[in-house]
Design a protein around this ligand. Structure first.
Ligand SMILES: CC(C)(COP(=O)(O)OP(=O)(O)OC[C@H]1O[C@@H](n2cnc3c(N)ncnc32)[C@H](O)[C@@H]1OP(=O)(O)O)[C@@H](O)C(=O)NCCC(=O)NCCS
Length: 185
């Protein structure tokens, strides 16, 4: 799928393929340290990236590529199911996490491309992919730091709801998105 960003650039949105991993490594290396800290589903060395996709068919990557340079400029992860180590916390909000119908989500956009509309569009691209599966809920990967205003706004804008709060390296929200509900509900 091809989109035009707010800064008038043509960008393609698609699933990550096995031959994208070198480019993905370059993308991750170029993120600012703060962005790396905010986005942490896997380590950023090449072997960790390869292992993440080789040893689990639960992990799906989605990317946005600048059509002028072919560089990856955004990388979102969907993991089928929920994170075991978050289960007790999720249950404490009254949620019953389910490995078949839940998935876990982590987004990142290259620093120079943030706030250009790519996050919104890649999220909607992923949603249209997930709507043909039995997954009906998206849970944030390890929550979001409350002081990460851009990300909190991004989730709220896209109709994620707050489940609760927890403390880990500061204050965080756990949030989820209900796929089965109309988006403006
Ligand atoms: C959070 C992130 C994925 C959003 O993607 P993005 O491409 O920058 O976001 P978009 O341009 O599509 O904007 C989507 C919404 O996010 C919010 N947003 C975006 N830029 C913002 C800014 N500079 N200040 C405040 N809110 C902002 C707005 O609500 C915006 O909706 P609007 O444009 O209709 O007002 C991206 O900024 C990012 O990768 N941040 C660093 C890594 C990170 O924090 N990941 C999440 C960890 S939990």
């Amino acid at each position: 799928m091809i989109i035009t960003t707010k800064n008038n650039r043509q960008v393609s949105l698609r699933r990550l393929k096995s031959n994208d991993l070198d480019d993905l490594f370059d993308y991750l290396q170029n993120l600012r340290e703060e962005t790396k800290r905010q986005f942490g589903p896997h380590r950023f060395d090449k072997q960790s990236i390869i292992d993440f996709y080789t040893y689990s068919d639960l992990h799906l990557g989605y990317i946005a590529c600048d059509m002028e340079t072919n560089q990856i400029i955004a990388y979102f992860i969907i993991k089928t199911g929920y994170l075991q180590h978050d289960a007790v916390r999720l249950q404490s909000y009254g949620m019953n996490p389910d490995d078949k119908t839940d998935c876990t989500f982590a987004p990142s956009v290259a620093d120079a491309w943030q706030s250009c509309g790519i996050g919104n569009q890649l999220f909607h691209f992923i949603l249209s992919d997930l709507r043909s599966t039995e997954i009906n809920r998206i849970i944030l990967w390890g929550g979001v730091q409350m002081d990460n205003i851009k990300a909190v706004n991004f989730y709220k804008k896209n109709n994620f709801k707050i489940l609760g709060k927890f403390t880990h390296n500061g204050e965080n929200y756990d949030m989820y998105f209900d796929i089965s509900k109309p988006q403006n509900a």
